[in-house]
Ligand binder design. Structure first.
Ligand code: ADP
Ligand code: MG
Length: 561
């Protein structure tokens, strides 16, 4: 209506779609709320999973907010922002991806009535920013440090953080088993910053409990030639040689052109080739290595040659596996076999080729540098193992974060309730409209405990009232109380070891507030006609053709006349 009353000034190309003002803002908020509704039910230990089926026929079952958001393929321009914050939360801290989307959705939902009533978005944004700043200060104040504890103590504390993360996942039933494994893996890599030093290998079959941790490297046996079976499959303290060259006969004759004048000379050429490869193999053997790995192929001749000398070899080892072996055993990858000195060889306590389910695995354990660890995951369906891997990734990230920042807060909605109460209390002393906005922000924070209850089938109103009453107690007596997922009541989450690294909450609140403010600050979307037509072409071919047909019909009619 408003746009009809304005004088028409042509500014943009014809066909450009501009929606602006309040309706645009409201429509963006609605889109974001719709996205939040999708992931809503996955929050918490009793959350449900989503099965996502894409056009290529792949199915993914996941509980992870970031994974779901990525797979949803959202096209709405404003709602895409939520996808981005979920992704950034995933890469920054690794967990809390559902939380961040839910919070952003809830902040916007609380803002909606104000926008409808004609409040200027900038006023809301300012108050939201203040509230978020205060919330984060409060979290920092409430966070409990686990610094200065002994290693054993730290281990159990970290395991609790990992268990909290895992409790909402498919493998939640075995959370203690996996939490311990994750903590061992993270401690094993020490201060090493490269996440890829923890390998996760998936082997279908068996049960979750058959999963195990290798303090070192493990990878699937590579393709091998005849003669491999005669090689020994177990070594104690072997020397390890890593190569990046082919050990194959054929490799010598490539890229060469030879002209012969006498057929008899041919034999010498053939001999030369054999000599070259034998020379290479000889050098490998002389180096004293008992295990030879190469990123490139190791042919049948070499395999047999090594077998005769009780050496184990594997060709075509994946690059990241080879890097992990190098990091763990202290070996350096060689691009030539000339001059292999002792320093470039690695070693480990035990090398073994073992059967894991239906696969054979090469396992290096007891590595001196110990900067790597490998988790071998077992389980039934493919989708199950995939989701287990994603869950472990979350847990690994959390433990690493907790180790670095080493402060934790009470989960289960306890920290959210406490900040909410703090903001309510603070808002009481504010004169003016911003009191309402800060209250709205505080109310939005309650979405976490409320959703935890809803997802578990508890009476959310009842539980929230109990929580509010507890948190209102003087001197922060009830500050650690959160939803008790086992009884449907409330309990001291901290005492029950429902812990989350403070950084997860801080990052989630920060990112969700930023996203909400970003969406509130947009009052116009401009879509240029080109991108729009490209989109509708892709979306509805049928409609486009129908239109063409109509035009064609009219054209013929005209000609006839
Ligand atoms: P996200 O993707 O945001 O990490 P999750 O589905 O992992 O979402 O759920 C995390 C929420 O579940 C956190 O708020 C956490 O405090 C809560 N939570 C985890 N374990 C428990 C538990 N045992 N009891 C109560 N709440 C829990
Ligand atoms: Mg989680």
């Amino acid at each position: 209506m408003a746009s009809m009353m304005q004088p028409q000034i042509i500014l943009l190309k014809e066909g450009t779609d501009t929606s602006q003002g309040k309706p645009q803002l409201i429509s963006n908020i609605n889109a974001c709320m719709a996205v939040a509704d999708v992931v809503r039910t996955t929050l918490g230990p009793r959350g449900m999973d989503k099965l996502i089926h894409d056009d290529k026929g792949n199915t993914t079952i996941s509980n992870d907010g970031a994974t779901i958001m990525k797979l949803l393929d959202i096209v709405h321009p404003a709602a895409k922002i939520l996808v981005d914050i979920a992704k950034s939360q995933d890469s920054e801290v690794g967990d809390g991806t559902t939380t961040v989307v839910l919070l952003a959705g809830e902040f916007l939902k609380e803002a909606k009535p104000f926008i409808e009533d004609g409040v200027h978005p900038q006023n809301l944004i300012r108050s939201y920013r203040t509230a978020s700043f205060m919330a984060i200060e409060k979290i920092k104040e409430l966070a409990v440090s686990i610094e200065g504890k002994s290693l054993d103590e730290k281990r159990s504390l970290l395991a609790k953080c990992a268990a909290t993360t895992l409790s909402s996942k498919l493998i939640g039933g075995e959370k203690d088993f996996f939490a311990k494994m994750v903590v061992d893996a993270v401690i094993a890599i020490g201060n090493e910053d490269r996440l890829n030093m923890i390998g996760i290998k998936k082997v279908q079959g068996g049960t979750m409990r058959d999963s195990f941790l290798v303090n070192g490297v493990a990878f699937k046996k590579t393709f091998s030639y005849a003669g491999f079976e005669q090689q020994p499959k177990k070594f104690l303290n072997p020397k390890i040689l890593l190569l990046n060259i082919e050990l194959e006969l054929k490799s010598e004759k490539e890229n060469a052109e030879i002209r012969l004048s006498d057929p008899l000379q041919y034999q010498s050429i053939v001999d030369a080739e054999w000599n070259i490869i034998y020379d290479k193999l000889d050098k490998c053997v002389k180096s004293g290595a008992k295990i030879v790995l190469s990123r490139l192929a190791i042919g049948d001749l070499a395999t047999q040659y090594f077998a005769d000398r009780d050496i184990f070899c594997a060709g075509r080892v994946a690059e990241d596996d080879l890097h992990r072996v190098a990091a763990a055993t202290g070996a350096t990858v060689q691009t030539s076999v000339n001059n292999v000195i002792d320093e470039v060889l690695g070693s480990c306590e035990i090398f073994e080729e073992k059967q894991v389910g239906s696969e054979r695995f090469n396992i290096f354990s007891g590595c001196p540098l110990g900067q790597t660890a490998t988790i071998v995951l077992r389980g039934g369906a493919d989708q199950f193992i995939e989701e287990a891997e994603r869950s472990l990734h979350d847990a690994i990230m959390i433990v690493r974060r907790a180790m670095k920042n080493s402060t934790v807060v009470a989960g289960g909605g306890a920290i959210d309730m406490e900040i909410s109460r703090y903001l309510w209390q603070h808002a009481r002393n504010i004169a003016g409209k911003s009191q309402l906005f800060i209250n709205a922000y505080a109310k939005a924070l309650e979405v976490i405990p409320r959703q935890l209850c809803d997802n578990a089938g508890f009476d959310a109103t009842d539980v929230l009232n109990k929580l509010r009453q507890k948190h209102a107690l003087a001197a922060g007596e009830g500050a650690l109380y959160g939803v008790d997922i086992n009884t449907g009541g409330i309990s001291d989450s901290f005492a029950n070891f429902v812990w989350e690294p403070a950084v997860v909450k801080i990052n989630a609140i920060n990112a969700a507030t930023e996203a909400a403010c970003l969406i509130l600050s947009v009052d116009e979307t401009v879509k240029n006609p080109k991108s729009e037509s490209a989109q509708s072409d892709a979306a509805g071919m049928g409609r486009g053709r129908g239109g063409g047909g109509m035009r064609g019909g009219r054209g013929r009619g005209m000609r006839r006349r």
